[in-house]
Design a binder for this molecule. Structure first.
Ligand code: ZN
Length: 142
């Protein structure tokens, strides 16, 4: 049995679809990309190729820049896999520039006991399973 690691490489790689490929390609470059409807301007995440507001199918990639705000969070204490280091926090982050869009990711930069709803986070990524870069927000101003 190997030693648990603090990184995020343990786990199941994402299943990439036609709609989500742009997200994962951008993530590999350290950019957070969601969808924007060219018809009504609504943003959507995860990418689905259809607007959640008007049901239009003319969607384009839209990059989000930080900071974001923690809308909700959970702390995982369960070692689901032998190499998984616990505890770690998973946050649901919203962005003022994109109402209704919330992105899930791990949180770095503060102890799990310090995570709070409303705290500011910067967008970040870290190596994930299967060579993918996964969202890994960074606590700021805490
Ligand atoms: Zn729309």
């Amino acid at each position: 049995m190997s030693t648990p690691s603090a990184d995020a490489t343990t786990g199941i790689p994402p299943a990439v679809s036609e709609e989500t490929r742009v997200f994962w390609d951008a993530a590999a470059e350290g950019r957070l990309v969601i969808e924007r409807c060219t018809g009504c301007g609504a943003h959507g995440f995860p990418p689905r190729g259809i607007c959640r507001a008007c049901r239009g199918r003319a969607m384009e990639p839209a990059e989000i820049t930080g900071p974001g705000t923690v809308y909700s969070y959970t702390v995982n204490y369960q070692r689901w896999l032998p190499d998984l280091e616990v505890p770690y926090a998973v946050v649901l982050v919203e962005f003022g520039q994109c109402p209704g869009v919330r992105v899930t990711g791990r949180l770095r930069g503060c102890p799990v006991e310090a995570v709070r709803v409303g705290m500011g986070v910067e967008i970040g990524f870290e190596p994930g399973p299967g060579g993918f870069a996964i969202p890994s927000f960074v606590a700021v101003g805490s």
